[in-house]
Write a protein that binds this ligand. Structure first.
Ligand SMILES: Cc1ncc(COP(=O)(O)O)c(C=O)c1O
Length: 379
């Protein structure tokens, strides 16, 4: 079987995890958590990284830290893994779905039109005309590792009084206009689940340059326990801290991220060469501002029938290709929510296929995938 995206554990993972087991530091305290946070912050050039048990909890806490609460609204892309959308509901707020641009990221023109045409400014607050609710924040997501147009997002957010939570879960190692994804907003989040370019098995992080936000993030993710030996808790906290074993794994992965980034990019070039000019032009492109990690490779089919045919042919050939996420405004918990200019999200969903993109892919496996694509194309 050719997997879609499998982890590669070829650095000091075993040594570091072994150290946790030998020393007994297997839980939420330990030097690897601190080292992982420090190394991550240095890599991204941010002042603070707060390690969490997963990316979804990092998003949840970041929304709390942004002051988003009950019956607020948050702008989210329809086309993304569902986690950022769910995190909006965790704080009692409501998602407003925005469509995507040509690169599958948040459509900034649609965001601008929504804020100017569908909202009012009432005493310094941006209010949705339809619902009367405050628009409190926006969560841009760097889909497949391609950076969203963050300067434009930030400008709109600042003009309309919105907090920005950058979801960089898929974009560790990507840069936007030379700046690191994960450092482009007051609060940014990462995921380290199994298919990410750095995996800790499961994990996430909150990134910020703000000392007070970092301190509050650390507090909320550790049950909001006040200092000292007494069990006194100053807020409703969460058990979201990353444990030392996961951090040991994550640190070893982070030490070798450069190798995996190089392979991701080289494998994409191999796909392009094997597909030939006509096929290569069907791989989703990159905007001018992007130097992306090329985490996932997305191939554009002619229509729904061609996409289904390719997925079936890959399945029969034991190749793990996958469809895009079902657009979130069509997901059962969210069908009643407002969706604005989401047509392109549906269009991409109907046509895009994610091709195997593991760092372990061999040139022969790439040829195999391409031969299935060609067979379907010429059938
Ligand atoms: C864009 C995005 N946001 C959030 C998450 C959630 O991260 P986790 O699975 O670590 O909770 C993921 C991936 O899993 C993701 O791809």
């Amino acid at each position: 079987m050719i997997p879609l995206s499998e982890p590669v554990l070829q650095g000091r993972e075993l040594e570091y995890v072994g150290e946790c087991l030998e020393t007994g530091w297997v839980s939420s305290n330990g030097e690897f958590v601190v080292r992982f946070e420090r190394t991550l912050a240095e890599y991204l050039h941010v002042r603070h990284a707060v390690a969490c048990d997963c990316g979804t909890s990092a998003l949840h806490v970041s929304l709390l830290l942004s002051g988003v609460g009950t019956d607020d609204e948050v702008l989210v892309p329809s086309l993304t893994f569902i986690a950022p959308v769910n995190s909006v509901r965790y704080v009692g707020a409501w998602p407003v779905f925005i469509g995507c641009d040509d690169y599958c990221c948040l459509d900034v023109a649609a965001m601008r039109d929504f804020l100017t045409k569908e909202c009012l400014r009432v005493e310094g607050v941006t209010v949705n005309r339809r619902t009367g609710r405050r628009i409190a924040a926006v969560i841009p997501v760097h889909v497949f590792g391609t950076p969203a147009d963050m300067d434009a997002v930030q400008e709109l957010a600042s003009d309309h009084g919105l907090a920005v939570v950058e979801d960089a879960s898929e974009a560790l190692g990507s840069t936007y206009k030379g700046r690191n994804c994960g450092s482009l907003a007051a609060l940014a989040c990462l995921s380290f689940n199994g298919n990410k370019i750095v995996t800790s098995g499961g994990g996430g992080a909150i990134l910020t340059d703000d000392d007070a936000l970092a301190e509050r993030a650390r507090y909320l993710t550790t049950q909001a326990k006040d200092p000292g030996i007494e069990y006194v808790h100053g807020a409703v906290g969460y058990n979201y801290r990353m444990n030392n074993i996961l951090a040991a794994l994550g640190l070893a992965q982070l030490e070798t991220i450069g190798d995996r980034l190089a392979v991701k990019r080289a494998n994409l070039t191999r796909y392009e060469a094997a597909l030939g000019p006509a096929g290569a032009s069907r791989l989703l492109g990159q905007p001018s501002w992007s130097d992306a990690n090329r985490w996932f490779y997305a191939y554009l089919c002619d229509d729904v029938a061609a996409k289904d045919e390719l997925l079936t042919a890959c399945g029969a050939a034991d190749i793990q290709a996958r469809p895009l996420w079902y657009p979130n405004h069509l997901q059962r918990p969210y069908t009643d929510m407002q969706a604005y200019r989401v047509e392109r999200a549906v269009w991409f969903y109907e046509r895009l296929v994610n091709l195997p993109c593991s760092v372990t892919l061999t040139p022969g496996q790439i040829e195999q995938v391409v031969s299935v694509i060609e067979r379907v194309r010429t059938a």
